[in-house]
Design a protein around this ligand. Structure first.
Ligand code: CA
Length: 366
């Protein structure tokens, strides 16, 4: 693309404002098919596996929509059969299934693959890291997606940002957290990096299947849990069995959701079908975040107005201790793995810079 200065900007603006606004999605093919006649009529039938239960609210629903959009935009040339978790493979085998070609596509979250590639954690949500808007800026215009592709290319996969949950909540507790001492001995369902931090703070991070969370908290098998935010948490019924709903979701400030595509399968597609996949994934990223924010707003008030649950902020000393322990956890990961070090250096630098900008533009406004 030609470099934009004042002169070329004005010239381009005179021709078309759309072109200047960036009508071409990052990463999209810039070569437009010269003639519609060269588009082949070859039909593709693909399988798509997911880490979510079938048709799971918002997350699974968008996989269904993605498949529908791709089929419609391609006029039936690319048909995607969606399989929810356990319908074709177990949820946490999504990555391997797409890597080995059992399915051509998968939908999930990168931090699930920490055991295979530690650096994957930086493409999921990082505690005290970037929010949804910031992380998308890093992916598309800060080098994040390039690093993500570099990491996944070892597994024969191409990742695409494909959704985001937005900022999450800190979790459900039945005991007040007044200081970091109250974390000691507490059993909480909290996965990933957040769980490592929680354990370092003296608690124990428990991993329990989603279907058992309600009973575990109700029966006291666990003392606390985090899930997503007001909408999903209300659907799970946690408001009926916990007294306090803590904020902020320090451990998941905006969790990116990913689409993974088997590289060999993707490379075999004609350019227009590749672009249809890219554009549909981009559309999911925007709409999923919008729906999360709208539904969480609605259910935040619903829980508040029902009056049974108290919203409480984590005390400052708890958050600052979590932050310090998180730095230790991240340092340990990056010191042991060269790719994690490379990815986190880019992430950290972008986060620092964009935080400066957000301080001026967003924080002062809100
Ligand atoms: Ca969560």
């Amino acid at each position: 693309m030609k470099k934009l200065n004042r002169k070329t900007f004005l010239k381009a603006a005179a021709i078309s404002t759309v072109a200047v606004a960036g009508g071409i999605l990052p990463g999209c093919s810039t070569e437009v098919n010269k003639s519609a006649a060269i588009i082949s009529n070859k039909k593709y039938e693909w399988k798509m596996v997911t880490t979510w239960p079938p048709h799971f609210p918002i997350l699974g629903e968008y996989v269904d929509k993605f498949a529908k959009w791709v089929e419609s935009m391609s006029q039936g040339r690319l048909k995607i059969h969606v399989y929810g978790g356990n319908e074709l493979v177990p949820p946490l085998e999504t990555f391997d299934a797409v890597s080995s070609g059992v399915a051509e596509m998968g939908h999930g979250a990168a931090y699930y693959w920490a055991g295979k590639a530690p650096a994957a954690q930086f493409f999921g949500s990082v505690p005290f890291g970037m929010n949804a808007v910031q992380v998308n800026a890093w992916f598309n215009y800060g080098g994040g997606l390039k690093l993500w592709r570099e990491l996944y290319s070892r597994f024969g996969l191409i990742p695409f940002p494909c959704g985001n949950t937005g900022g999450q909540m800190g979790g459900w507790f039945n005991k007040k957290i007044n200081s970091i001492k109250d974390i000691k001995g507490l059993k909480m369902r909290i996965p990933g990096l957040g769980g490592k931090v929680f354990t370092r703070a003296g608690g124990s991070a428990i991993l329990a299947p989603v279907g058992e969370l309600y009973t575990d908290l109700d029966r006291g098998v666990i003392d606390a849990l985090e899930w997503i935010g007001p909408y999903h948490d209300y659907l799970m019924g946690f408001n009926k069995i916990a007294k306090y709903y803590y904020y902020p979701g320090w451990h998941e400030p905006g969790s990116p959701i990913e689409l993974i595509v088997n590289k060999k399968a993707f490379d075999g597609l004609p350019n227009d079908l590749k672009d249809i996949i890219r554009v549909a994934a981009g559309q999911v990223t925007i709409l999923m975040l919008s729906e999360f924010e709208a539904k969480n707003t609605e259910y935040y008030y619903k829980i508040l107005n029902e009056g049974k649950v108290k919203y409480l902020p984590f005390p400052n000393d708890v958050l600052s201790t979590f932050k310090k322990l998180n730095d230790e956890v991240l340092n340990e990961i990056t010191s042991k793995d060269a790719m994690s070090n490379k990815v986190y250096a880019s992430y950290k630098k972008f986060h620092k810079n964009i935080s400066g900008w957000f301080n001026i533009a967003e924080r002062n406004y809100s």
